[in-house]
Design a protein. Structure first.
Length: 379
């Protein structure tokens, strides 16, 4: 049997690992458009961006691993078309070269996402986005004492860049169109703590407005952190069902029985949440990839893990489990003191109809299991 994986990111490389760990000894082709070995992206806005971590530490495996495990790793190779009827992936080297036709019996799509770009019209210098190691290397060079860094978007990436930039001594302005950063995910009760954290560290946080060209004119670097779009064109052009991501069932199978999709692109029918969800987080990429790999080998497992993410900003580390979803929550219960600037540790529980639907901790690493186990319990 031959398995082809398109996308040599975290999910793609994790699937390869799981296939070999489960004893699959057949052919594996892993296609990646980037020229780098598969790597984890969280350090790109944290330790690596701050110069505290080397790129090698972010790699899923070193080069020797792929050789030892007999993985046909094709880097700098873009999949351009999938023929579902004849089960062939067409690919070509990035920058030109001989095209390749790669037959498969099982195909896994793990093509990730692309950041949205900022469209300010004329009069504003170029802005950058942060998705790849090359972006992070470029941005790192700009984070110097006294440099003016403008960040558009107060989501996770925008705030992590703000934290790195302040710690490098740069002057930072964050423009967030909502009333609070992270409000859509956390709600006002906890989002306000993140606003306090950043203001306390000297970030000029401009809320409820979009930047004008004049606002951005003095910036040495403009970072657009306004969300991502899942890379679905390959799947869509092949005729797979796509709607805000590649549609997959609970076992991560697409509308074609021989094709699975995982990670940032997968819009999954989630058995516990009872609705579709597409999750753009590290844990989801890893855990979905493992299940899809086992299902490609004949298992019949469902992916029913609660969404999870983490962030590190300044001295604050947090983990969040669950998903409030479109139904929202009735109230939040916060346990513990919340002066995050002073390093307080606390736990928060989002409750709907007397049941915990999401939970997080800040600076309380003993609480990882507690918050996970709390989901679905009465409170
Ligand atoms: P990706 O990692 O994006 O990998 C997809 C790969 O597929 C890419 O290398 C791409 O080039 C390749 N590809 C795309 N199309 C093709 C094609 N046609 N042919 C060949 N190759 C192709 N999550 C957290 O939970 N916590 C964090 O703190 C956190 N921090 C983050 C910080 C940054 C800066 C970024 C960018 C993301 C962060 N994330 C974090 C999110 C997490 O990294 C992603 O959810 C995860 O990388 C998704 O994995 P993936 O394999 O689906 O996609």
């Amino acid at each position: 049997m031959s398995i082809v994986i398109v996308g040599a990111g975290l999910a793609g490389a994790t699937a390869v690992t799981e296939l070999r760990e489960k004893g699959y000894s057949g052919e594996i082709v892993l296609l990646g458009a980037e020229k780098h070995l598969p790597y984890e992206r969280p350090p790109l806005s944290k330790g690596f961006l701050m110069g505290e971590q080397e790129f090698d530490e972010a790699l899923v495996h070193d080069q020797a691993w792929y050789f030892d495990e007999d993985v046909d790793l094709r880097l700098g190779m873009l999949a351009t078309r999938i023929d579902l009827a004849s089960k062939v992936v067409h690919a070509e080297p990035v920058g030109g070269g001989e095209p390749l036709d790669i037959p498969y019996e099982q195909l896994l799509l793990a093509t990730g996402a692309t950041p949205r770009v900022l469209d300010m019209g004329g009069g504003v210098g170029p802005s950058m986005t942060l998705r790849t190691i090359d972006d992070s290397i470029t941005l790192r060079k700009s984070l110097k004492p006294g440099a003016h860094v403008a960040i558009v978007g107060g989501g996770w990436i925008g705030l992590e860049v703000a934290s790195a930039a302040r710690q490098a001594g740069a002057e930072v302005t964050v423009f967030e169109s909502g009333d609070l950063p992270l409000e859509r995910v956390l709600g006002p009760e906890v989002a306000t703590l993140f606003a306090d954290l950043h203001r306390g560290h000297g970030v000029d946080l401009r809320l409820g407005s979009r930047p004008t060209p004049a606002d951005l004119s003095g910036a040495d670097v403009i970072v657009a952190a306004i969300g991502v779009t899942p890379n679905v064109s390959l799947a869509e052009e092949a005729g797979l069902a796509v709607d805000n991501g590649v549609l997959v069932d609970a076992s991560l199978r697409t509308s074609d029985a021989n094709v699975f999709a995982v990670g940032d692109i997968a819009n999954q029918e989630h058995p516990l949440l009872g609705r579709r969800i597409r999750v753009e987080h590290w844990d989801n990429a890893i855990e979905q990839a493992k299940i899809a790999a086992r299902n490609m080998l004949g298992a019949h497992e469902q992916y029913d893990r609660q969404p999870y993410f983490f962030t590190d900003q300044y001295d604050l580390g947090m983990e969040y489990v669950g998903n409030v979803g479109p139904e929202g929550y009735d109230h939040v219960e916060i346990e513990g003191p919340t002066k995050v600037l002073e390093g307080d540790a606390f736990r928060a529980f989002w409750i709907r109809s007397g049941t915990v639907v999401a939970a997080m901790h800040a600076n309380d690493w003993d609480a990882s299991d507690v918050i996970r186990d709390s989901i679905g319990t009465a409170r």
